[in-house]
Design a protein around this ligand. Structure first.
Ligand code: CA
Ligand code: FE
Length: 536
């Protein structure tokens, strides 16, 4: 949604939620209704800030003393006070208010804080019925200029698969903001190597809410949210694996997918600090844009809600139906929105935050058709807009492996001008099938536009941006099997800013762990198809 500077006190259902600003400083809250008297700490899911603008951000919490089992809240509205301060000790409170948390929104609260100074840090806390929330750091965007930016991006945090050590690392890296590129939850049931997310696949709104309750109870995830504002888009598992528009797996009907979208989108809204209006049906526009002054414009995309079904079932196969069909990943409306935003962008860098791998990634004769390789016609249209910008950078999640691709004017011609870069981040905890690691790396690493590939490790990516260069630091965790894994740097990718018509100098040869060894031969093409349990 844009513009991000829109002044409104609150996102959410206007009919059921209202904000009262207190005239005086402090939190002279009206007493909660007797029926709403809380016994246990309602802030079990922490606090968060998100969708920053130059004058504010969204401050989020949800009252849920029993978050994995319906929330544990009484039915009536509960008054929640909020404070924004210019210091973490709240000596200098600059904004306050109260808002009603209501059952219709699972007692979640999205306060759109405005009137703040640009390019400044703030701290947020809530209070309800005598309980104080944890403090979350907020931050406003620069209104202009090119001050340096440090952001991180993550994706794919399968809860049973591993601990969120990557998010703990992110929380300690002093980032200005972070992107979540989807698979914030997984919809399937089950127990993994380290913990359980519940026995059953989820379908109803209550199911999805309880699943967010499981995930958001994680202390490392809460720490990341409390460290910096985040900007979230979803991938497939916030609803159902690899769904496309109203087409799902295993013979589900369009009506069934619509019902899951309605539940999944609603629960996603309720649990993330997004500057959006609560959805009441199977549609929610989440593609949106923000700018870090004149340094970088971020275009956040939705590659699931509007896509045509992938060719050949979205499998990893050889597929003659891949090209020439006009299949769309983004849908015409979103693609035009992206084109318009790129044409109007004045950022040195244009960062596209999105889900699936953008660069061509032939696996011998096969392609992963759930990725942009399944939508090459749409990719050509999108790339045609992106390559008009001096420094397009695509940030990608989904695939549970890390990589860097140079984006040339003609994507599969490494002799054509190098225009931009795709940074594929590995998963926070979700696994890459162990028996496919060697084959995948062996096929991808020799591609002439690939600088780095690493399917072996989990982690996150920190990106330092100036007007002169972008430095992406790929951080990995030693293990997700224990909560005390350690974090190290697996790869550093440096990209010099270019001016239009000018190629950047070639980077130094990559020599870091997992990088492509020079001259390494391709291994035989042996990807398998339809692998059970691999849900990217
Ligand atoms: Ca995915
Ligand atoms: Fe995933």
């Amino acid at each position: 949604m844009e513009p991000l500077g829109r002044r409104s006190l609150l996102v959410g259902a206007a009919a059921t939620v209202a904000t009262l600003r207190l005239q005086s400083a402090g939190l002279a809250l009206p007493g909660p209704r007797r029926s709403a008297r809380l016994v246990d700490d309602p802030f079990a899911l922490g606090t968060a800030t998100g969708d920053p603008s130059a004058d504010g951000f969204v401050a989020w919490t949800r009252l849920a003393p029993d978050p994995t089992n319906g929330g544990g809240m009484p039915g009536g509205p509960v008054a929640v006070g909020w404070e924004v301060a210019a210091d973490p000790g709240f000596a200098s409170v600059v904004r306050t208010g109260t808002v009603n948390a209501v059952a219709d929104l699972a007692h979640s609260v999205h306060v759109v804080v405005d009137g703040l100074a640009p390019d400044s840090e703030y701290w947020v806390r809530f209070q309800a019925d005598g309980f104080d929330s944890p403090v979350a750091r907020g931050r406003t965007l620069p209104a202009g200029g090119t001050p340096p930016l440090r952001y991180a991006f993550v994706s794919c945090q399968n809860y049973p698969a591993g601990y969120y050590t990557a998010l703990r690392g992110l929380a300690g890296d002093d980032v200005d903001l972070w992107l979540h590129l989807g698979d914030y939850i997984y919809e399937n049931g089950g127990t993994g190597p380290v913990r359980s997310q519940g026995p059953d696949e989820i379908f109803t709104l209550d199911d999805y809410r309880n699943r967010y309750g499981v995930y958001k109870s994680d202390p490392d995830l809460q720490a990341a949210h409390q460290a910096a504002p985040m900007v979230a888009v979803w991938d497939d598992h916030e609803v159902d694996n690899n769904y496309a528009d109203l087409v799902g797996e295993n013979g589900q009907t369009p009506a069934q997918i619509a019902a899951r979208r309605t539940a999944g989108y609603r629960a996603w809204f309720e649990h993330l600090p997004v500057r959006l209006t609560a959805p009441t049906g199977p549609d929610l526009q989440i593609y949106r844009r923000f700018s870090w002054g004149a340094l970088a414009t971020f275009h956040m995309l939705d590659g699931r809600q509007y896509r045509d079904p992938a060719p050949c079932g979205g499998e990893i196969v050889e597929c003659a139906d891949r090209v020439g069909t006009g299949r769309t990943m983004l849908g015409a409306t979103q693609r035009q929105w992206l084109a318009d935003g790129l044409a109007a962008s004045s950022g040195v860098w244009d960062v596209v935050g999105q889900q699936t791998v953008f660069a061509p990634m032939p696996l011998g004769p096969f392609h992963n058709l759930d990725q942009w390789d399944g939508y090459p016609d749409d990719r050509e249209l999108v790339w045609g807009h992106l390559r008009r910008r001096p420094n397009p950078v695509v940030c990608t999640g989904d695939i549970h492996a890390a990589g860097v691709a140079r984006l040339h004017h003609d994507l599969e011609d490494p002799d054509s001008e190098r225009i931009g870069t795709e940074l594929v981040g590995t998963s926070v905890s979700s696994t890459f099938p162990a028996d496919l690691i060697d084959a995948a790396e062996g096929l991808i690493a020799p591609l002439p536009w690939i600088d780095y590939v690493n399917a072996r490790q989990r982690g996150y990516t920190v990106v330092d941006v100036t007007a002169e260069r972008l430095v992406a630091t790929y951080k990995v965790v030693s293990s997700t099997a224990t909560p005390d894994g350690t974090i190290s740097v697996a790869h550093v990718e440096e990209v010099e800013a270019r001016t239009p018509g000018q190629s950047p100098p070639a980077g130094p040869p990559a020599t870091t762990p997992g990088a492509r060894p020079a001259g390494r031969p391709a291994r035989p093409a042996t990807p398998r198809t339809g692998r059970p349990g691999y849900t990217g």
